[in-house]
Design a protein around this ligand. Structure first.
Ligand code: KG4
Ligand code: ZN
Length: 338
């Protein structure tokens, strides 16, 4: 089975080709210019997808050595995401499938991330716990099979990636915040600042808005003495913030491991690129003697390889979707029970 997949839900345009179990191409074009505006500008994102999608498809076909005739299924992210951005990849893919007579599969973006651990050599084993952390989501799933996914917990306010981005902005570190917080935290000292973890009612739920507010208060306090933060202060704050965010995520995953006894655990989504979180997640697996699977960095952020893989699992499960299928944005609810 050969799948050509498109991802355009936010600020990455991506095209991938999956041949059986092998990713033959996974091209990702990131729209770095959003840094100028401190966040993603939806209209500019849509325009960039339009400019980039066709050359990316040509390159992906060239790299894989396939032509469109060799492709069996066309897939695209159908939601959730920025509607204007999504529409570019979705309509482009549908048009391509329709005009070449291929089957078309719409894929839920979150499900794409959830199964991205399967892109690694060591695959997750069912049932597995999946911690999905990105700019828009902080979700904990118990995944029993490719079509049985149970949502255990979610954030009651900000997503963890959003908190990284907002704290980076407070510290004047630019967008996206995750990578710069990680960089500053590297030289930060432990114990200079302490930001408490939130107490959340839902057993597996998260909250990151209080953490962000404590950072804000600390920054305001420091700025009354000197309006410009020293690099050392930024590093120490970044360290304390990252430490608190990581331990909140790990604590809830630990609770779920105790209750659900998964065969493996997986960490996915853009924030899964964070080195401190990856280390803590591997250690967590070791503590419980279960494999922890974390995708390579290129499969953590938004990418079409994970969309191709999810489409493959849906096709193998015999799920049939026509061109008119309304996949946006509640597609996940078909599989998820709270
Ligand atoms: O999955 P993703 O690429 O897009 C969404 O679907 O949201 O995730 C993007 C998020 C951003 O908030 C970004 O700051 C965060 O992932 N991120 C990181 C790191 N790299 C990206 N957060 C923490 N540490 C990183 N190294
Ligand atoms: Zn994503």
């Amino acid at each position: 089975m050969r799948i050509l997949a498109f991802e355009s839900s936010c600020d990455e345009t991506s095209v991938a080709i999956l041949d059986g179990d092998e990713i033959k191409a996974n091209l990702i074009s990131s729209q770095d210019f959003h840094t100028l505006y401190g966040g993603v500008v939806p209209e500019l994102s849509s325009r960039a997808h339009i400019q980039r999608i066709n050359p990316l498809l040509k390159n992906a076909l060239e790299i894989s050595g396939f032509t469109l005739q060799d492709i069996d299924i066309v897939a695209a992210t159908a939601g959730p995401g920025l509607i204007g951005a999504l529409m570019i990849g979705l309509i482009y893919a549908k048009g391509l499938a329709f005009s070449t007579g291929k089957k078309f599969i719409p894929v839920n973006h979150i499900e794409g991330h959830t199964f991205s651990g399967f892109l690694m050599e060591q695959k997750p084993r069912f049932p597995f716990l999946c911690l999905m952390v990105s700019g828009g989501h902080s979700l904990l799933f118990f995944v029993e099979s490719t079509t049985k996914i149970q949502l255990l917990g979610t954030t009651i306010d900000d997503a963890v990636g959003e908190a990284f981005d907002k704290v980076a902005k407070l510290l004047g570190l630019g967008y996206p915040g995750g990578p710069s917080i990680q960089r500053y935290a590297l030289s930060g000292k432990k114990g200079v600042y302490h930001f408490p973890k939130a107490n959340v009612q839902g057993k597996y739920d998260f909250s990151f808005s209080g953490l962000k507010t404590s950072v804000l208060r600390q920054v305001q306090k420091l700025k009354t003495h000197n309006p410009l933060l020293a690099e050392e202060q930024k590093s120490d704050i970044a360290f304390a913030f990252q430490d608190s965010a990581v331990s909140a995520l790990i604590d809830k995953t630990k609770l779920a491991i105790r209750d659900y006894h998964p065969a493996s655990i997986t960490l996915v989504g853009g924030v899964a690129a964070n080195a401190a979180l990856r280390k803590a997640f591997f250690e967590l697996g070791n503590t419980f003697s279960i494999p922890s699977i974390i995708p390579r960095i290129e499969y953590c952020g938004d990418n079409a390889a994970m969309i191709a893989y999810r489409a493959k699992t849906l096709a193998e499960a015999g799920l049939k979707y026509g061109f008119d299928y309304e996949a946006f944005p509640s597609f996940t609810s078909q599989f998820l029970t709270a």
